[in-house]
Design a binder for this molecule. Structure first.
Ligand SMILES: *[C@@H]1O[C@H](CO)[C@@H](O)[C@H](O)[C@H]1NC(C)=O
Ligand SMILES: *[C@@H]1O[C@H](CO)[C@@H](O)[C@H](O)[C@H]1NC(C)=O
Length: 583
């Protein structure tokens, strides 16, 4: 009896000591001290090392340059707090309360959350690297936004990387001095750092799964196709984004760089003077003027909507990372890929129509006409052919051929197909055609208490017609602990019969098993997520239950396949104009 008591007392002391102790890991750059963190899951904990620098701060003369190796440090570096992400401007059109400038320029850091630290043994835990840059303009605040609690519980290490975004990450001038894609180079440098160091945190450097969401997924896809990233990861997950989507790869990057300089009253004749002029302007000035660098008519004229700054095809040079558009090859994909989308991705972009449905009359009049993938032609604006193509689309998507105020759901379907679903399905078909490894396709269709984005967006909606399913990024709150709604998790976790808990368990199992073995279905499971094939696009529908379906929305895919092919045949020198005899 006495013995047991003593034991408990000693054990208690031991715990307290450990909580106050530093957890020190020696990396190739120097020692760092992390913290032990209590998980939201009962009696669970993990270790966090946050804001570990992996490159020199890209400030002053280093701004707009490829990342440079960090020189390291002598003392123990405290890595107990999240650091700010890279400088960015939250889009003014979104309802998320905080908008405007945030972040800082000295931002090239990564964070590691591990369930265990090695003492003498090799733990060899699989690693998921989460790259989360919404449209490559907004990033996240790592674990301050998305807690790793569920992932680490499965004995998987989670890593998040801050990389440069917007013009600070993607300014390009089409020459060797300023080839663009530094935001991607940052990620490659971070992955190289992990390769050398992740074992010291219990990780297996040969089992790294790269996971990207939105713009982050486009970035992962470019890495998947880049020779410069070979061997740095062994699986890839693309959530709700693909570089096949024209949005992520801007047209005419050089013009945009010059336009940005001009707005800032600097000249930019050559990349040298652009670099010299812009290296010392405040990043707030740069970031807040970015969106003005796009010619407002560009999207309409060419029927492509793109970001002002994003990944580009670089001129040939030895350090080039992206040497061709993803659809043009090279075809050399040998890692398993998971790719998918949420069932109602467009709830956010249609928010104003859900609040004020009468605005849908404007959506009908100024109809959004852009191509869902890059094509090598466009319509002459306001030609008869242009309007007849619009009519064809409206006939297909809208009851009686026009956008009705009473049916916002139709507009939701149309915009989601155009901007998310068709590009992703197209990317999936490319992968199935080209890859030597299995490709797993999913759609996240669950709507519950933890769909943070959707529930927030619909708070002030006047109509919810057509808003079933999951909005963009809703799936993240079933993989991570979304901090703004942390309280809701307590309730969900306490109720064993909760549907939300079931969805969390399913998602986390599939994602972490994919990280462990390259196959999302755990061994001995009574359910199998089969890979997609050319004949059957097997797709896992994730809702309260898991269900395999084939060739989802085949009619909508066929509509766009046929539409794109039909008009391509009519284009002359890349333009569709009215023929004389039609006038
Ligand atoms: C990150 O946190 C900072 C300050 O806490 C905030 O200003 C910023 O908007 C956050 N970023 C995002 C993308 O939520
Ligand atoms: C996939 O390959 C088939 C022929 O095997 C081809 O018809 C189809 O266009 C390809 N799909 C894509 C998206 O490249």
């Amino acid at each position: 009896m006495e013995g047991i008591k003593l034991c408990i007392v000693l054990f208690g002391l031991f715990l307290i000591k450990n909580i106050n102790a530093d957890f020190i890991v020696e990396t190739t750059l120097g020692k760092i001290a992390g913290v032990e963190v209590k998980s939201i899951l009962k009696d669970e904990k993990y270790y966090s090392f946050m804001g570990i620098p992996y490159a020199k701060p890209p400030v002053g003369d280093l701004r707009f340059l490829a990342p440079q190796l960090h020189e390291g440090w002598k003392d123990v570096l405290e890595t107990k707090k999240e650091r700010k992400p890279c400088s960015q401007m939250n889009l003014p059109m979104r309802t998320i309360k905080r908008y405007g400038f945030s972040g800082q320029d000295d931002c090239l850091t990564l964070s590691i959350y591990t369930p265990k630290l090695p003492s003498n043994e090799d733990l060899n835990l699989p690693v998921i690297v989460h790259i989360n840059s919404e449209v490559l303009k907004i990033s996240h605040n790592a674990s301050r936004d998305y807690g790793p609690d569920f992932i680490v519980k499965e004995d998987v290490i989670l890593v998040s990387i801050h990389h440069r975004i917007g013009s600070l990450g993607f300014l390009a001038f089409n020459d060797e001095k300023l080839p663009g894609n530094n935001g991607i180079r940052d990620v490659i440098m971070a992955l190289n750092w992990l390769k050398q160091n992740v074992d010291k945190f219990g990780g297996d450097p040969n089992r790294v799964t790269l996971m990207g969401v939105g713009g982050g997924a486009a970035l992962v896809e470019l890495l998947l196709r880049s020779k410069k990233a070979k061997g740095l990861f062994s699986n890839a997950i693309l959530q709700s984004g693909t570089a096949m989507n024209p949005v992520y790869m801007p047209l005419n990057p050089k013009e945009k760089a010059s336009a940005l300089a001009k707005i800032l009253e600097k000249s930019a004749v050559t990349s040298d003077n652009l670099l010299a002029e812009l290296s010392h302007v405040s990043s707030i000035d740069i970031v807040t003027h970015e969106s003005l660098s796009v010619d407002a008519d560009e999207a309409g004229k060419k029927q492509v909507a793109t970001l002002p700054f994003g990944p580009v095809v670089e001129p040939e040079h030895p350090d080039a990372i992206v040497t061709s558009l993803p659809e043009d090859g090279p075809i050399d994909i040998d890692v398993p890929v998971m790719i998918g989308y949420n069932s109602r991705e467009s709830i956010e972009m249609n928010e104003r129509f859900l609040r004020k449905p009468q605005y849908l009359t404007f959506a009908d009049r100024d109809f959004l006409m852009v191509f869902p993938i890059r094509v090598d032609y466009h319509f002459e604006l306001n030609s008869k052919a242009y309007f007849s193509a619009i009519d064809e689309i409206k006939e297909f998507y809208f009851d009686e051929g026009y956008v009705k105020v009473s049916k916002p759901g139709e507009h939701l379907t149309y915009t989601a197909d155009l901007l998310v679903f068709y590009p992703i399905d197209y990317a999936l078909r490319k992968y199935v055609n080209e890859s030597t490894s299995p490709i797993y396709y999913y759609t996240f269709d669950y709507s519950g208490e933890l769909n943070m984005r959707k529930n927030e967006l619909l708070k002030d909606a006047l109509t919810i017609e057509g808003t079933w399913g999951a909005a963009s990024r809703d799936e993240l709150c079933y993989l991570f602990v979304c901090k703004p709604i942390r309280k809701l998790y307590k309730k969900v976790l306490e109720d064993e019969d909760s549907e939300e808990l079931k969805v969390i368990k399913n998602m986390v199992k599939l994602w972490t098993n994919f990280a462990k073995s390259g196959n999302p279905t755990p061994e001995g499971s009574d359910f199998t997520w089969t890979p997609a094939t050319k004949e059957n696009k097997d797709c896992l529908v994730i809702s309260e239950e898991l269900q395999m379906k084939q060739n989802l929305h085949g009619d909508r895919i066929k509509f766009w396949d046929d539409f794109i092919a039909k008009y391509r045949a009519k284009a002359v020198d890349g333009v569709i104009k009215d023929l004389k005899d039609e006038l």
